[in-house]
Design a protein around this ligand. Structure first.
Ligand SMILES: [Cu+2]
Length: 109
């Protein structure tokens, strides 16, 4: 019985954590034109997860690099990769290819 009650409290606790923080998923593609969209506007304080899909082989963006979040992830062709940015403060977050030639940014304002 004790174990059951404990499990119930754990379950309720997890639920409230989920309710507090809603995650905003944003689709980002890599095409021959670069990152699309290259400018993303979000509300500060939002937990952002990018769903990045590289759609072409004619690009050097086979990786995504987000310097200020210390993120560097491979982008396999036609596979959606989740890039978790956490909660964004007000400001600008830049994302780029591994060599920093193709880029875009997320504006939290
Ligand atoms: Cu590049």
């Amino acid at each position: 019985m004790k174990k059951y009650i404990l499990a119930l409290f754990v379950a309720l606790g997890l639920q409230s954590v989920h309710a507090k923080e809603s995650v905003k998923n944003i689709d980002l593609k890599v095409t021959e034109n670069g990152f699309e969209p290259s400018e993303i506007k979000v509300t500060p304080g939002t937990h952002i997860v990018l769903n990045v899909t590289r759609k072409t082989d004619v690009t050097c963006a086979t990786q995504i690099k987000i310097k200020e979040k210390n993120i560097m992830q491979e982008l396999p062709l036609n596979k959606t990769v989740k890039v978790d940015l956490g909660v964004l403060k007000k400001g600008d977050v830049r994302f780029a290819c591994g060599m920093d030639m193709i880029s875009g940014h997320i504006i939290a304002e």
